[in-house]
Design a binder for this molecule. Sequence first.
Ligand code: PHE
Ligand code: FE
Length: 295
Amino acid sequence: METNTYTVPDITVRKNQGLTHAADFTLPQPLARYSTEDHQTWATLYRRQSEMLPGRACDEFLQGLAALDVDADRVPDFNRLNEKLQAATGWRIVAVPGLIPDDVFFEHLANRRFPVTWWLREPHQLDYLQEPDVFHDLFGHVPLLINPVFADYLQAYGKGGMKAKNLGYLPLLARLYWYTVEFGLINTPQGMRIYGAGIVSSKSESVYCLDSDSPNRVGFDLQRIMRTRYRIDTFQKTYFVIDSFQQLFDATAPDFTPLYHAVEQQGVLGAGEIEPHDRIFHVGNRVGWGDSTDV
Ligand code: PHE
Ligand code: FE
């Protein structure tokens, strides 16, 4: 879920030239548009991440990747993948042209449909692109959707999104998505592991988030997260660590309406700030952050 005021990037326009989408922004996955080069790029990305993630990504993610039998050598066919996904948790993926309006996004999630950008980044963008593509959306997000607790969390988020939007508190809820669904870490008996889609789909951040001494790693705290700004243009300065998906689900189950009002009173925290009540796993040494005050 991203921002409202947004100009469609050139690559999105170019990839979707001549295609149309329905009112809910879905379209049939244009399978014929994938080139040989696209499939090779997918294979490269898949290989890089699947070599790196054992011992880094949480078991639930790795199990999901295996159980869904996500293709290693070509961009997956969404319909084929949906057979397994729907049987597992009732979720399915739908193809979209790129980022979609917040309310449309929430409506999909609330109905257990995950919108997946159908097109793939180009070879010169292997390591970074600004907008989500099929590798981020599918490889990053979809494996966890066969975990029943996470599956319910994401649906609840969709329902909560509508409410937050109507109340005018979407920016606070967006921080929760960012610091959990996109950049979350989970503490397991085997050690700290990744579950956030923005991390598992990035080669460099998959290493950085666990191995670097620069960022903070602090325990999940709902109000704390809602107060914390985030950076979309750098590695995260703070990662929030859950103990289990059940903890995440339970902590977010209550009505957020009173919480939004409380959080609003508390004031905003910078992306790299440490707070007195933080449950500390690691205080970042801030190496590489520069002098920017927006930490
Ligand atoms: N309980 C939240 C609310 O009332 C909804 C929600 C659930 C939001 C899970 C995010 C994640 O708004
Ligand atoms: Fe994402």
